[in-house]
Design a protein around this ligand. Structure first.
Ligand code: FEC
Length: 303
């Protein structure tokens, strides 16, 4: 049986690790001290560190249970320990020679999933690795997000529930990906459409925006979520459900950018913002991951 490897972004495990972590994320470019300080402040605000590694390990444990004894499920990170290269070495040491890998980001971009793909390729050695490149349209993933949106809408009074606008968000990327024909924006639109169809809602009261743009000089994809939120407030909207559909786990970009920054902005505009709960180890998300592992193994003739 192939081993299974869940790969995710990576997160510093203490405030001391924030500086070296940022230098990894920035590909070795020096980080201005002000940015390191700002990011430390943000991690301190969400409890001193990101829960991303724990959440990913819980997803791995849930998946292991579903796949049964005899299938090992590993966790590897792109920008921090346990690095993808460290975990691939560990997998090779078990004597296993085939791996099904899933990036815990459902939408393909050359700058996101492509980077996971390159990290796997660089250090796989003799291992055969089958990476699931995209799963933005997997029915169980869309069911999982829909369940979270329904639960967020239930926090509003029944008399206004159907009218509460929905704002779907994902991590921004530099605009130059558009010139390369990158499918990232269209896959995000397709996921949003799949969730709206499941909710039985039209697209009139739903929008998409990008969040968490990086700190670089080049232009990043928009519209920016904070700006959309302000426009909605100006139009007189008093309620909003924000669904970070581009992320599957709790981490800094959800717990700080949405729960601190956009929440403060919403409050300052007299708006009630409810964020959908992250999928984390949701049974529907685990259904999707299980199916992706089984179908990939089948396609490769590894089952
Ligand atoms: O909880 C944590 O500690 C980790 C939160 C985290 C996630 C995440 C996901 C994505 N990123 C993506 C693209 C970029 C690009 C740059 C960039 C920079 C940062 C910085 C931090 C950070 N990202 Fe991130 N990202 C997370 C955290 N990200 C911190 C550094 C400060 C800053 O620039 O804001 C720009 C790199 C550069 O400067 O060269 C590009 C994408 C995702 C979603 C896909 C995925 O999860 O893999 C795309 C989680």
């Amino acid at each position: 049986r192939p081993a299974v490897l869940l790969v995710a972004y990576g997160a510093p495990q203490s405030l001391d690790e924030v500086g070296p972590y940022l230098s990894d994320v920035r590909g070795g470019r020096p980080t201005p001290p002000g940015i390191v300080e700002e990011l430390r402040r943000r991690y301190a605000r969400i409890g001193g560190r990101s829960p991303l590694l724990e959440r990913t390990r819980e997803q791995a444990a849930g998946l292991r249970e579903r796949l049964g004894e005899g299938t090992s499920v590993f966790v590897g990170m792109r920008h921090w320990h346990p690095y993808i290269r460290e975990v691939l070495a560990e997998i090779r040491a078990t004597g296993c020679d085939r791996v099904v890998a899933i990036a815990l980001a459902p939408h393909y971009s050359r700058m996101s999933i492509g980077a996971y793909e390159r990290a796997l390729e660089e250090s796989r050695g003799p291992l055969e690795v089958a990476l699931v490149r995209e799963w933005y349209d997997h029915p169980r993933f869309l069911d999982a997000v829909t369940e979270r949106v329904r639960a967020a809408l239930l926090r509003f009074d029944a008399s206004i529930r159907d009218e509460v606008p929905l704002l779907f968000t994902a991590h921004s990327l530099p605009q130059r990906i558009l010139a390369e024909g990158d499918p990232y924006p269209s896959q995000l639109e397709a996921s949003m459409a799949g969730v709206l169809a499941r909710l039985g809602r039209g697209s009139e009261r739903a929008q998409f925006a990008f969040q968490s743009a990086g700190r670089t000089a080049e232009p990043w994809l928009g519209p920016e979520a904070g700006q959309v939120l302000e426009e909605l407030a100006e139009r007189g909207e008093r309620n909003l459900v924000l669904c970070p559909i581009g992320f599957v786990s709790d981490h800094l970009e959800v717990l700080y950018d949405v729960d601190v920054e956009y929440q403060a902005l919403a409050a300052s505009r007299g708006m009630r913002l409810e964020r959908t709960e992250s999928l984390n180890a949701s049974p529907l998300l685990l259904d999707a991951l299980e199916d992706l592992v089984r179908s990939t193994a089948r396609q490769r003739g590894w089952d």
